[in-house]
Every structure is written in structure tokens, then in C-alpha cells.
Design a protein around this ligand. Structure first.
Ligand code: MRU
Length: 348
């Protein structure tokens, strides 16, 4: 049986002695460095700069950052206005992962429910709850998703939807961890995931620490692997799922879904309900982050491209619901998602 102690200990977002502590994911796997934050502008910048990344982890970070805001401004003039301005700063840190806006909305409810003198304590209690519930949701999704896999499955994952992208344990990697423990998986493939290399740097790092072997390939190899009959499942996370089941995730996910359908490979999305955005009716309306072209033109600080070349750098794409076989949430599984099925899962 796989030893999952590492994934249980690995918490990229921590609250320590009144400060926010983030594992600097830009430095992994070479260095395990933690950075401490005591104010919102720096925490928001850390989200933008990918110190912390992954939809649920970004939401949890924003929740703790709101506690920093209340602590910092508590005894100053315009306390309430400063806390609200900090909330706007956090909301502007990255556009696609709806968990960020969901967590801020949860924190705003606390601001409305409590006297401002009680905000630091009440906000911290809410942030801890959001964090703990995310970890429990991951374990539940892991168990549910693993039930769908047949013994001997070979799975392909993209980006990093693991402990590093969440409160702990992971969404897609939570499913892979559970299924691995049940001896249902014989092979895990991970796309390296240009341009930030989340697959090569982060997914491989955390799976190997749990003694789960992983084989990397550049994402352009996925079609070839499927054509060779080497993949049974694609399992990914999500940054935002629209009301009709369209799924935004790391750039390259849509290509995998098209390939999977062509080759008869099953396509599973594991995401907590905090990733579902019922206000966005379909994927066309999901805001897609476009990042700096330098991230494509260079890698790890080394220039790659011919000088003078331009680059496009969309960070996410949208997979239409009809290419998704299963959405696995902590509240249950939706097969072949539609608006009606999404609605009934959330209201059950
Ligand atoms: O740009 P990133 O690294 O924040 O993108 C992360 C992803 O696309 C993940 O797949 C997604 O957030 C799901 S994480 C459980």
C-alpha cells in the first residue's frame, strides 16, 4: 500500500503565529522555502506571481489574507474601508479561479455578520473552516473518483491538481492517490505543462514523495500515447466550472479532452463545489487569464525563443461539457454534465 504521509503533511498554505506562511512553489523542486506575509498587497502579489497557485489554494490564501488585513488595520482610522480595499486587491490578483472569489464572498459574509472589533477572530475562524473543509472535500472526491476506475488503469494528469494546489491532498491527485492505494492504477503519466512546468516540477515531486511512480512527457506526446493504447483515463482538476458543466482548467486541458474522446479514453474532472460558478452560464463567459509572453519566451530565467519572436500565453482553456465524462465533487458525481444535473447536485 502506498504511504501517503507526505501528502497529508504537505500544506502549501499555513497560518503560523498570526502570519500567512506560503511554500514558494516557484522554487520547487530545487528548494523548499516558505515565505511569511503580514499584509494583503504582498499576499496578493504572491498569488499573481505564482508563489501559491492552484484554484483551492488561491482561495484559502485569500481567506487568510483577509485576516491579515483586519489585524493590520484594526486600530487605524478608516479600518473598515481599508479592509474592503484589501478585498478588492485580492480579487484582482488572478481572474480565472473562481475559488478566489468564492472565498472572498465567504469572508465578506463574516464582515457583514460581525462587529468590526470582532473581525480578526471571526475571519480567522472562517479561514480555518474553509481550509479544513477543502481538505475533507479532497478526501471525499478521492474516494468517489477512485470508485470509477477499473483495476489496471493507466492515467494521465495535467498541470498540478495535488496537495500543492489545494488545502492538502489534492483533487485530481486525490483521486489518483486513493486509486493507487487500492491498487487500481498501474501507471501515472504527467504532462510537463508548459510554461510553468507544474507537472514536471510539482506533480512529479509530490507523487514521488508518496512513493507513487510517475512518467513525464511533454504535453504534445499525449495524442501519441493514446494512439498507442497506453492511457485509460485523463484525470484533471479545474479552476472554474460553469453552470452548464463547461470546465476551465490549465491550458492544454481542452486538447486532452478532444484527444480522449477521439481515442475512447475517459475524461474525469475532480473539483470541489467551491469551483462551481452557477452565475456563469457557460464556458464562453469564463474570464481566461493571459499572462506575460516572457513566460513562454523563456524558461527558468533562460531565454529560449529567437530574439524578436512574440508569444501568446493564455493560462487556461475551456473544455465543453460534452467532452467531460465525469465531474467528481465532494457532494457526488455527475456523469455527462448538463445544466440540470449541475443544478440538482448543488441543491441536493
Ligand atoms: O496556473 P495555476 O498553476 O494556478 O493553474 C492550476 C490549474 O490549472 C489546476 O489544474 C487547477 O487549479 C485545479 S487545482 C486543484
Amino acid at each position: 500500500m502506498a504511504d501517503l504521509r507526505f501528502s497529508l503533511q504537505l500544506q502549501p498554505v499555513q497560518w503560523a503565529d498570526g502570519s500567512l506562511r506560503l511554500l514558494d512553489q516557484r522554487k520547487l523542486p530545487a528548494e523548499e522555502t516558505y515565505l511569511l506575509f503580514d499584509n494583503v498587497p504582498e499576499a496578493a502579489q504572491a498569488i499573481t506571481d505564482m508563489v501559491v497557485r492552484g484554484a483551492p489554494a488561491i482561495g484559502i490564501t485569500a481567506a487568510y489574507a483577509m485576516v491579515l488585513s483586519a489585524q493590520q488595520h484594526q486600530s487605524t482610522a478608516d479600518y473598515q474601508a481599508k479592509v474592503k480595499a484589501d478585498m478588492q486587491t485580492l480579487a484582482a490578483s488572478r481572474p480565472t479561479a473562481v475559488n478566489l472569489f468564492w472565498a472572498l464572498a465567504e469572508m465578506e459574509k463574516v464582515l457583514q455578520q460581525y462587529e468590526s472589533a470582532d473581525w480578526p477572530t471571526a475571519l480567522l475562524a472562517k479561514a480555518v473552516q474553509i481550509h479544513e473543509e477543502d481538505i475533507s472535500a479532497n478526501f471525499r472526491m478521492g474516494a468517489l473518483g477512485a470508485e470509477l476506475l477499473q483495476s489496471g488503469s493507466r492515467v494521465l494528469t495535467h498541470c498540478n491538481a495535488g496537495a500543492l494546489a489545494t488545502g492538502g491532498h489534492g483533487t485530481a491527485l486525490g483521486v489518483i492517490r486513493s486509486a493507487w492505494q487500492q491498487n487500481k492504477i498501474t501507471q501515472v503519466y504527467a504532462d510537463e505543462t508548459r510554461p510553468w512546468m507544474q507537472g514536471a516540477r510539482l506533480t512529479a515531486w509530490e507523487l514521488l514523495h508518496d512513493n507513487i511512480p510517475v512518467t513525464l512527457q511533454c504535453e504534445g506526446a499525449a495524442g501519441h500515447l493514446m494512439q498507442q493504447g497506453l492511457i485509460d483515463w485523463v484525470i484533471v482538476g479545474s479552476d472554474r466550472i460553469a453552470a452548464n458543466g463547461d470546465v476551465a482548467n490549465k491550458i492544454g486541458t481542452y486538447s486532452l479532452a478532444v484527444l480522449a474522446r477521439h481515442h475512447g479514453v475517459k475524461f474525469m474532472v475532480a473539483a470541489p463545489t467551491s469551483t462551481i460558478d452557477m452565475q456563469t452560464l457557460n464556458g464562453v463567459d469564463i474570464p481566461i487569464e493571459n499572462r506575460d509572453s516572457q513566460e513562454v519566451l523563456a524558461c527558468g530565467g533562460h531565454a529560449l525563443a529567437a530574439s524578436g519572436a512574440d508569444a501568446r500565453n493564455p493560462a487556461f482553456d475551456v473544455t465543453p461539457a460534452d467532452l467531460v465524462d465525469f465531474i467528481v465533487t465532494e457532494k457526488g458525481i455527475i456523469e455527462a454534465p448538463t445544466s440540470a444535473k449541475m443544478q440538482s447536485l448543488l441543491t441536493a
